[in-house]
Design a protein around this ligand. Structure first.
Ligand code: MCN
Length: 772
């Protein structure tokens, strides 16, 4: 039986579920000391003095360091020229929570005491937390020399007004896609140990090689003496691709003190220091005819970047504009964006990174078209879908060529699972009864861009390149090790890469080990982001395994005195087809591969090893159809999700169990954005008011409904596995399905739109005829 496609249990679970995993904060080399940041209490201000005298008197405190101690070091890597972020605030603070000083002490308690004994004085400056405030005519620029808070602008080529005028109807929405916090289970942690023979850094990162490359440059040391290890990492959702000051400061302090230095964020620190996601404002307009055919679409995007433009943060609006038209064939599409700095925590990639924002707007406006034309939302989607026959499909942006998909089939399967007609019938019944709870059904026929990607796609985000690496090595006993350049944080790469290698090599799953996340054992890697792990690293594993197998077959053929073309691998052995019993075990072949006298002359000893840097000609474009049924309480505005149908197309599925788990996690985050989560700042002071999990509402399992999943399979033509990403799909597809369902339920109140999160008070206010 093929391992690819099988519901194999995760290799990593025995250690993770029994608490025997190793996370950064579990590590405690001898003589480790602890670092804590003094964070700015002002969102915008000039630092006039920092008094560390009291802090230095506290028992166990080894030092307090400020920007003045880092004058010989550059700012964080890959900052946009003119907007660079210093490792510790220099003269000016630009968001509440920005590190101003760092304390090092023998234990975390002394460090925490010392933090409260550092006195920083500020001269407050005007605070702007929103795009609107930061772009007001009298707004104070965060980076004075730039003269404005607008960082980048990509204008529209044509405003499409003429196109709209030619259409039977037009409609528009103003949409706020609110800021969300990443909230991985494990906040950011770093342990740096600078020894005379080199530096080792253990970090909660999604991209250890990216960190190693940049850290070595930053410290001006050879990469050979700079090792970065990402041990078990407890989630990241994109926020662990980002540079954080502690990654750079901790190694310097370790060198200075001659001790390992550890920094581990608390949850409240993470809520103000870890990069946040989304925070876009959209104006979307469409022109359409009375039959529901959309003729033109215009999307204007504004991105709040927070205080310091992050390389991935700058890319979010790009991805949003790329994906503006979603799954639809729209003759004219125009999109523009601008990015803006504000006095808030920096914004960066967060599960979906730019695609959920695009999907939300296009899926909302399609529902508005349905409402205006009196057509069913499913029918409007069908009338506008890109047909299966149109792939590869060139979009309005030359960088974006959709690879494959079958949107009609996905929608049909979704409607079947949710029993669409029955839900509509029940809705009609309830509408006749003023005491009944409102019922709504929402669709989302989403499409996203994943599998980053073709050369050039990650370089813009400061990465070395866009390939991914794998090395496959057969041990002398016939077991195998796979080294992969991706570095997972919950996705299950150990399992899926072993499945792929096992299938190609014909070695049993249990005999394959997968190693990742250590720059000393993996030559180069890019990392886990943009739902690329399977499409890129998985493909590298497949191709490298095939090449190793080809050489193993030559050795087996030599040993069996048979033709390599007659061999097949079954149950860890090479059999000669048609000659039962004529076989040699993988173990014997592997052993022979190290004995020059036992291998064919064209091979060298140790040749059952292959390293590969797999490039992709294009991204992958996962798609799907989700349906959500909600019940809304007329008296309280409370929204309850009754059921959800989730149909995904991620091409070849490596492990259905894990793929489904990814969808569940992503959908839970999508529901969280739709109903619960929103990072809030007090607008005049810039103080974060959702900086703990009492104020920032993360849903619990009880808030997440049962899902019923279905699957469509259109293989991706751009990688040898035919796999598309699925890691972000749920977060892309879920929010519009939930909000469309709520708006559908509220339609009898004339409600056209509700911004996320659809909190009960907001829903209730709309039912009272108020605007929110
Ligand atoms: N998979 C599969 N078949 C496919 C595609 C994927 O079986 N065709 C399964 C595999 O188990 C694979 C996983 O899904 O390990 C995710 O694969 P892929 O879509 O290639 O995505 P990546 O491995 O690159 O993971 C990154 C993606 C992103 S960008 C975010 S954000 C994210 C996510 O995955 N953050 C996560 N999933 C997460 N899951 C957890 N638990 N924690 C996070 O922080």
């Amino acid at each position: 039986m093929s391992l690819v496609g099988a519901k194999v249990l995760r290799k990593e679970d025995p250690r993770l579920l029994t608490g025997t995993g190793t996370f950064v904060d579990d590590l405690a080399p001898a003589r480790t000391v602890f670092a804590e940041f003094v964070m700015s209490i002002e969102a915008h201000g000039r630092i006039t003095s920092i008094d560390v005298r009291e802090a230095l008197k506290i028992d166990g405190v080894l030092g307090v360091y400020t920007a003045a101690d880092f004058v010989d070091y550059p700012d964080l890597p890959q900052g946009l020229p003119g907007f660079e972020r210093p490792v510790l605030a220099r003269n000016t603070v630009r968001f509440a929570g920005e590190p101003v000083a760092i304390v090092v002490a023998e234990d975390r308690y002394a460090a925490a005491d010392a933090v409260s004994a550092v006195y920083v004085e500020y001269e407050p400056l005007p605070v702007m937390t929103s795009i609107e405030a930061a772009t007001a005519a009298d707004a104070t620029p965060l980076f004075g020399h730039h003269g404005s808070n607008v960082v980048t602008v990509v204008p529209m080529l044509e405003d499409l007004e003429r196109e709209f005028e030619r259409c039977d109807q037009r409609a528009g929405l103003h949409i706020v896609n609110q800021r969300c916090a990443a909230v991985p289970i494990e906040p950011v942690a770093v342990l740096a140990d600078w020894k005379p023979d080199g530096l080792t850094v253990w970090a909660t990162t999604q991209a250890p090689h990216h960190l190693r490359n940049n850290l070595a440059t930053w410290l001006d040391v050879p990469q050979t003496t700079c090792r970065v290890i990402a041990p078990d990492v407890g989630g990241g959702f994109g926020s662990k691709i980002v540079w954080y000051p502690e990654m750079f400061v901790a190694p310097v302090l370790s060198k200075l003190l001659g001790r390992p230095v550890k920094f581990a964020q608390t949850r409240s620190e993470a809520m103000v220091q870890m990069a946040a996601g989304r925070d876009q404002v959209h104006d979307i307009d469409v022109g359409f005819d009375n039959s529901g055919k959309i003729k033109a679409l215009r999307l204007v995007v504004s991105q709040n970047l927070g205080a310091y433009p992050d390389p991935t943060g700058l890319g979010l609006a790009v991805l949003t504009t790329w994906m503006a038209a979603g799954a639809y064939r729209i003759p004219k599409v125009e999109a523009s964006y601008r990015t803006v700095t504000t006095n808030t925590t920096p914004v960066a990639a967060y599960r979906g990174a730019g695609r959920p924002e695009a999907t939300f707007s296009v899926e909302r406006i399609v529902d508005v078209v349905a409402r205006r034309t009196g057509l069913d939302p499913a029918e409007v989607r069908r009338r506008n879908f890109i047909p299966k026959s149109a792939f590869p499909y060139e979009t309005h942006n030359e960088a974006v060529v959709y690879d494959s998909g079958d949107f009609d089939a996905a929608l049909a399967e979704c409607l079947r699972i949710i029993d669409y007609d029955a839900v509509r019938a029940e809705q009609a019944e309830r509408r006749a009864d003023p005491k009944a709870k409102l019922l709504g059904i929402g669709l989302s026929c989403w499409l996203e861009i994943a599998g980053f990607g073709p050369n050039g796609s990650l370089e813009g985000f400061g990465h070395l390149a866009s390939w991914e690496s794998a090395q496959v090595r057969v041990m002398p006993d016939g077991s195998a090790i796979v080294f992969a350049g991706s570095s997972p944080h919950g996705q299950g790469h150990e399992t899926v890469f072993a499945q792929i290698a096992g299938d190609e090599l014909g070695i049993s799953f249990d005999k394959i080990q997968v190693r990742m996340g250590d720059t000393a054992t993996v030559l180069q890697g890019i990392g886990t982001m943009g739902s690329r792990g399977v499409a890129t690293a998985g493909s590298a594993v497949k191709v490298a395994s095939t090449r190793v197998l080809d050489r193993a077959k030559k050795i087996a053929a030599h040993l069996l005195e048979a033709s390599e073309h007659d061999l097949e691998v079954v149950d860890d052995a090479f059999n000669v087809r048609g000659s039962p019993g004529k076989k040699v075990s993988w173990a014997d072949v592997a052993w022979a591969s190290f004995q020059p006298l036992s291998i064919p002359p064209e091979l060298q000893a140790g040749s059952l090893e292959e390293r590969l840097f797999q490039e992709s000609p294009n991204f992958s474009y996962p798609s799907g159809a989700y349906a959500c049924v909600v019940e809304v309480d007329r008296d309280t505005g409370d929204v309850k999700i009754i059921k959800m149908a989730l149909v995904d197309d991620c091409g070849t599925v490596i492990n259905p169990l894990l793929a489904e788990g990814q969808v569940h996690g992503g959908v839970a985050q999508g529901i969280a954005q739709a109903l619960f989560e929103s990072v809030q700042y007090e607008p005049t002071s810039g103080q974060p008011i959702t900086s703990n999990l009492l104020d920032y509402l993360v849903p619990s399992a009880a808030d997440i409904p049962e899902f019923e999943a279905g699957r469509i399979n259109t293989p991706c033509p751009n990688n040898p596995l035919g796999a598309k990403g699925i890691g972000e799909s749920g977060a892309v597809g879920a929010p519009p399905s939930v909000i469309n369902a709520i708006v559908d339920a509220l339609s009898e109140y004339g409600v056209d739109h509700i911004d996320m999160p659809a909190a009960p008070e907001k829903v209730w206010a709309l039912m009272q005829g108020e605007t929110t």
